[in-house]
Design a binder for this molecule. Structure first.
Ligand SMILES: [Cu+2]
Length: 146
């Protein structure tokens, strides 16, 4: 009898532990790349973020050892003038995809290090409002995006 009760507790504890892991599988980042520019200019980072989970996720920050600061930016254009603004966070509802692409949302690697050169790869951690982190490997391409 005692063992049976203990077994019940073990199962309950296990299901609590598994819940966050299942949620973490709901977000994916694909087609990740940086555009490396000459002379240490900031490098734009692009990727496709998909939420296949059941709850909205909110991207709040990104980090990379290859960048001094890695910021969330959005480019906008009005009247033929292109400008960038800081983005505090972007929410992705369940089933939605958000493209980080030239001319729109992007990461901005403010101080690219030596690893930011075409043909290399740099790691990036995408950080969400619930403190989840996703590690993504970014290809580094040249100024022409190849
Ligand atoms: Cu930017």
């Amino acid at each position: 009898m005692r063992n049976y009760v203990f077994g019940g507790w073990a199962v309950a504890a296990l299901s609590v532990v598994l819940t966050p892991a299942a949620l973490a599988q709901g977000v994916s980042a694909t087609n990740a790349w940086f555009r490396a520019l000459p002379s240490g200019l900031p490098a734009g980072g692009y990727f496709t973020l998909h939420n296949s989970g059941g709850t909205t996720v909110e991207l709040v920050a990104a980090e990379s050892p290859a960048c001094g600061m890695l910021m969330l930016h959005r480019s906008t254009e009005s009247g033929g003038v292109s400008r960038m603004e800081d983005v505090k966070s972007t929410a992705i509802p369940p089933g939605h995809t958000l493209e980080f692409a030239p001319g729109g949302y992007h990461l901005m690697c403010m101080e690219p290090g030596a690893a930011m050169s075409p043909g290399k790869h740099v790691p990036v951690a995408l950080i969400f409002a619930d403190h989840r982190r996703i590690d993504v490997d970014f290809d580094v391409k040249g100024a022409a995006g190849q």
